[in-house]
Unconditional design. Structure first.
Length: 250
C-alpha cells in the first residue's frame, strides 16, 4: 500500500488536503506522500487500525520462531512494526517499490520502538522479487494497485512460496456485485470521507487521480484470483462497505 521544499500550488499541480494529491495528476506514492501517508491512510480507510489488530491476532496461528514472513507494499511500516514486536524471534521482510516509503518506514519504526531488530526493509518490486519459503505473507491494500494483467502471476508467486499450512492475508478495496450496490457503497464511502474532514473538491481530485491506478476487483473476482493460484481454503475475515479482508491457507 506508497506513497521537499514547500512548493506553491499551481492549477495543474495543486496540492490538496494533507499534501497527498495533485488535482490533474495520477496518484503516486512518491514525492510528498511518504511523510504524510500514515495520517492520510487512517483517514481514508475505515477501520484501518482495527484491521491491523485482526491481522496481528491471526498471525499467532501461523507464525513460528523460525518463520520467514513478508509484508508486500510495506509503505511506512505501520503493520510490520506491530507484527515484529509481537513475534520478536521471527524474521520479517517488508517490500516496497518506493525508496522514500522505505526511508519513512525506517524512521517510523525507530520512533515506535528502537529495540526492534527483526525487520528487514527492501526497496524492490514484488512482481519480480525472489521470495524464500514463508509461513505468513500479508498484503494490506496493495494488490489493488497492481495492473490487473499482473495480479494473477503475483498471487501465483505468493501461493508457490508459502509453506504448506501457511497463510496469505489480503485486504483490498472491492467492487460491489452489481450497479445498485456499487452506488450505495460509493455514497457511503463519500459520506465517510466527508466525516473525516475531506472537502468535496479533495474527494473529487483524489478520485480523478486514481483512475487507472486503483482498480478494485469484486469479492468474487478476488476469490477467483486466489482459487486459480491454488488456494482452496479461502474465507472472508473482514468486511466494511467496500473494504474486505481474506484469509487464505495453503
Amino acid at each position: 500500500m506508497r506513497k521537499k521544499g514547500q512548493k506553491t500550488p499551481t492549477k495543474k499541480n495543486k496540492i490538496v488536503g494533507e499534501g497527498i494529491e495533485a488535482s490533474n495528476a495520477k496518484w503516486t506514492f512518491s514525492e510528498k506522500v511518504p511523510e504524510k501517508f500514515s495520517n492520510h491512510i487512517k483517514r481514508s480507510v475505515p477501520l484501518y487500525e482495527e484491521g491491523h489488530e485482526l491481522v496481528l491476532k491471526l498471525s499467532d496461528f501461523f507464525i513460528q520462531e523460525n518463520s520467514i514472513c513478508y509484508e508486500l507494499g510495506v509503505s511506512t511500516g505501520a503493520l510490520i512494526k506491530k507484527l515484529a514486536k509481537r513475534h520478536k524471534k521471527t524474521k520479517f521482510l517488508g517490500i516496497d517499490i518506493e525508496k522514500k516509503m522505505i526511508e519513512q518506514a525506517r524512521k517510523e519504526i525507530e520512533a515506535f520502538d528502537s529495540s526492534i531488530s527483526n525487520i528487514e526493509l527492501l526497496v524492490d518490486d514484488i512482481n519480480t522479487f525472489s521470495f524464500e519459503k514463508s509461513d505468513f505473507i500479508v498484503s494490506y491494500y496493495t494488490i489493488q494497485f497492481l495492473p490487473p494483467r499482473l495480479r494473477q502471476e503475483m498471487i501465483n508467486l505468493i501461493y508457490k512460496n508459502i509453506n504448506w499450512g501457511g497463510a496469505f492475508i489480503m485486504f483490498e478495496k472491492v467492487r460491489a456485485p452489481d450497479a445498485r450496490f456499487q452506488d450505495i457503497f460509493n455514497s457511503l464511502y463519500t459520506d465517510y470521507k466527508l466525516d473525516q474532514g475531506y472537502s468535496s473538491s479533495e474527494i473529487i481530485a483524489k478520485a480523478r487521480s486514481l483512475k487507472g491506478v486503483l482498480e478494485p476487483f469484486s469479492t468474487q473476482g478476488n476469490i477467483d484470483l486466489l482459487s486459480r493460484s491454488g488456494f482452496e481454503d479461502i474465507t472472508s475475515i473482514f468486511k466494511h462497505i467496500c473494504f474486505e479482508g481474506f484469509l487464505c491457507i495453503k
